[in-house]
Unconditional design. Structure first.
Length: 558
C-alpha cells in the first residue's frame, strides 16, 4: 500500500475531535489493509514503528531532523530553524519546505508503507562511526520522495509524536470494530502481548482466544486505584481483603523462561543489566523452572540496613555501566507480591488468594535478598489502622488493598486493587513543555509545564520549577542537569526559550492548593507546586487523571 493512503487517514482524523468518528475512520481502513501492511499500519497510527514492548527506539532528535529536511530540500539549516521558531512544529516546517524543493534525488520513488517503516527501523540499528550521517540519509531519502503532507507525517513519526489524537484506546476499539471480534478478547490480548500490531493480525484471523503468556516478553501490569480512607479501600475491593505494605521502591516484573532471567520495569523497559543482584537472588531463591513474578524492589542502607526512599536508588534504573559497583553501594531487596505464571501455567485467571499461596511455595525468603510482601487478611478496620501504622513506621508509603478472589488484570480496575498512602497532596504528572533557564542555568531546562490525563488527552495543570538540585548528587537523580539530558531527547519543537517535548518523563509534584484557572487546559492550576522526585520508572498509564485533580480540588474546598 502507498504511504499516501495512510496520510489521507491522518488528515481525516486530524479534522475531528470525536472519538467514535476516529474509531470508524480507522476501522474502515484496517478492513482493507493487507496482512503484510496491517501490523505496520497499526504501529504507524500510534506514531511508532515498533511494538511497545520492543526495546528498540528510533532515537532521532529534532536537530537531526532539521539536517534531514535541509538535505532533502536544499534549504539551509538556519532557514529551517527560523521557520520552526515561527511554526513550532517540525512536521509543518517539513511540509512547507517540501513545497519549494530546490533539488530532488535522481531516484525519487513512490513511497510505500513498507518503505517508510523499513527506513525508520534502520535508525534504531545504526551505531558507531558515521552512523549519524547514515541516519540523516535514511530520512532525507524519504523526504526527497515525499509530498508536503507525507513529509509532515514522516517528520512527526520520526519524532514519535503524531499530534492527531490517536491513543491506544482508539486503536483497540478500531480493531474490535474492524474485525467484529469481542472487545474483551482484544483487551486481554493487548495486555498480554503489549503489541497492537500483532493483536490486529490475530483479530483478522479470528485467533484472539487462547493467547498465552510468554516468560521473557514483558506484559502490562495490574494497577491500583487510589483510596482516601480505609473504608474507601474496602469499598473498592470488598471485605474481607488482603492487606499488604505499599513499598517506596519501583515495580519490577521478573521473567525466567527456563534459560535466562530477564527484568522489566512497569513501563516494559528491560533493566536486566542494571540489576545483576536481582538476577542472582532470583536464581538462588525462587524455586521454579519458569515464572513471571510481580514485585517491588526497594533499596536499603548498607550500614544501617534501613530502607531508603525511591529517589536514592532510582539512578540504578538508568545506569548502563559499573552496575556491579553500584549494586554494592545501593543494594536492593526483592519484595515479591504476585505470581503471574509458574512452570508454564498462566495464572492470570487464578484468584489472588491462590496465586499468593503458590508464590509462598516457590520463594525461599532471605532477608535483604528476597522476601514476600507483608500481608494480613482481615475485615477489621482497627487491624488495618495498626497495619497501616506499622508500614509507615517501617519507612514505607502506606498499604494496598487486594480482592481475595480477583484474577490478574492489567490496568485500573475497580474491585481488584487499591492503595492508601499517608501523603495525599501530591500528583504524578507528565512534562509536556519546558523552558531554558537564564544566567548560570541557561544550559538547563528549568521550568516545566506538567499535565494530567483525560482519556487519550493530556491536560496542563501548571508550571513547576522548584524541587530539583542544579547538579546530580550521589544516590539522587533529581537535578536540572539530569532532567535536561532526558528531555533534550524528547524535544518536538522549539519557539524562543520554550520547547515542546514528547510526553514521557513523569514527576511526582506536591502543591499547597489547587485553584480553578482558565490559563491551563485542565481548568485548574497548582499553587506553589514542587517536584518531589522524577519517576523514570513510571509509564504514562499511571499518571494522575483529571478526575483525581477534580476530587482533590473539591475535597480541599470542603
Amino acid at each position: 500500500m502507498e504511504y499516501k493512503e495512510l496520510v489521507k487517514i491522518y488528515e481525516r482524523i486530524s479534522e475531528t475531535s470525536k472519538r467514535l468518528e476516529k474509531t470508524k475512520i480507522i476501522s474502515e481502513f484496517l478492513k482493507i489493509a493487507s496482512e503484510e501492511d496491517l501490523e505496520k499500519i497499526v504501529y504507524l497510527l500510534n506514531g511508532r514503528v515498533f511494538p511497545s514492548w520492543d526495546p528498540r527506539k528510533i532515537g532521532f532528535s529534532s536537530k537531526l531532523l532539521i539536517k534531514a529536511i535541509s538535505a532533502s530540500t536544499g534549504s539551509s539549516s538556519q532557514e529551517i530553524e527560523t521557520e520552526m521558531n515561527k511554526l513550532g512544529d517540525l512536521g509543518d516546517v517539513a511540509a512547507k519546505f517540501s513545497k519549494k524543493k530546490t533539488q530532488k534525488t535522481l531516484f525519487s520513488e513512490v513511497l510505500t508503507i513498507k518503505k517508510v517503516v523499513e527506513n525508520l527501523r534502520k535508525l534504531a540499528e545504526l551505531e558507531g562511526s558515521g552512523s549519524v550521517d547514515r541516519k540523516i540519509g535514511y530520512i532525507a531519502e524519504l523526504l526527497s520522495s515525499a509530498s508536503p503532507n507525507e513529509a509532515k507525517y514522516i517528520s512527526r513519526t520520526v519524532l514519535e509524536v503524531l499530534r492527531i489524537g490517536i491513543a491506544e484506546g482508539i486503536i483497540r476499539d478500531s480493531i474490535t470494530q474492524a474485525f467484529e471480534v469481542n472487545g474483551e478478547d482484544v483487551d486481554r490480548a493487548s495486555n498480554v502481548l503489549a503489541d497492537y500490531g500483532e493483536v490486529a493480525i490475530l483479530a483478522k484471523k479470528n485467533k484472539l482466544k487462547g493467547i498465552k503468556l510468554k516468560a521473557g516478553r514483558p506484559l502490562k501490569l495490574m494497577l491500583a486505584v487510589l483510596s482516601k480512607s480505609i473504608p474507601e479501600g474496602f469499598s473498592a475491593v470488598g471485605s474481607p481483603a488482603a492487606l499488604e505494605f505499599k513499598y517506596d521502591g519501583f515495580r519490577l516484573q521478573i521473567h525466567n523462561d527456563g534459560k535466562e532471567i530477564r527484568l522489566f520495569t512497569r513501563n516494559m523497559e528491560e533493566v536486566t543489566k542494571q540489576f545483576p543482584d536481582v538476577v542472582e537472588n532470583s536464581k538462588n531463591f525462587i524455586k521454579a523452572k519458569k515464572y513471571i513474578v510481580d514485585c517491588e524492589v526497594i533499596g536499603y542502607d548498607v550500614k544501617s540496613k534501613k530502607y531508603l526512599p525511591f529517589q536514592k536508588i532510582s539512578q540504578r534504573i538508568k545506569r548502563k555501566y559499573d552496575t556491579e559497583k553500584i549494586a554494592k553501594e545501593f543494594p536492593v531487596e526483592i519484595n515479591a507480591f504476585d505470581l503471574i505464571s509458574c512452570d508454564g501455567k498462566d495464572l492470570t485467571e487464578t484468584t489472588f488468594e491462590d496465586r499468593r499461596k503458590q508464590l509462598e511455595k516457590i520463594v525461599k525468603q532471605t532477608k535483604k535478598k528476597i522476601v514476600l510482601s507483608e500481608l494480613i487478611i482481615t475485615d477489621d478496620e482497627k487491624k488495618v489502622e495498626k497495619f497501616f501504622k506499622n508500614s509507615l513506621d517501617a519507612g514505607h508509603e502506606g498499604i494496598m488493598f487486594k480482592a481475595l478472589d480477583s484474577p490478574y488484570r492489567p490496568g485500573r480496575y475497580v474491585g481488584y486493587m487499591a492503595k492508601l498512602k499517608e501523603v495525599m497532596d501530591s500528583l504524578d504528572l507528565v512534562i509536556v513543555k519546558s523552558e531554558w533557564g537564564e544566567g548560570k542555568r541557561a544550559k538547563w531546562l528549568t521550568s516545566f509545564t506538567v499535565a494530567c490525563k483525560d482519556g487519550d488527552d493530556y491536560l496542563e495543570v501548571g508550571k513547576v520549577s522548584t524541587g530539583l538540585k542544579e547538579k546530580p548528587e550521589e544516590g539522587n537523580l533529581n537535578s536540572f542537569e539530569n532532567i535536561t539530558n532526558e528531555l533534550k531527547k524528547l524535544i518536538i519543537s522549539e519557539k524562543g526559550k520554550e520547547v515542546k517535548v514528547k510526553p514521557k518523563i513523569v514527576v511526582e509534584v506536591s502543591y499547597e492548593e489547587i485553584q480553578e484557572s482558565p490559563t491551563y487546559s485542565s481548568g485548574y492550576a497548582l499553587r506553589f507546586p514542587r517536584i518531589i522526585q522524577i519517576r523514570y520508572d513510571k509509564p504514562l498509564t499511571e499518571i494522575s487523571l483529571i478526575d483525581n485533580v477534580k476530587t482533590l480540588y473539591n475535597s480541599q474546598n470542603k
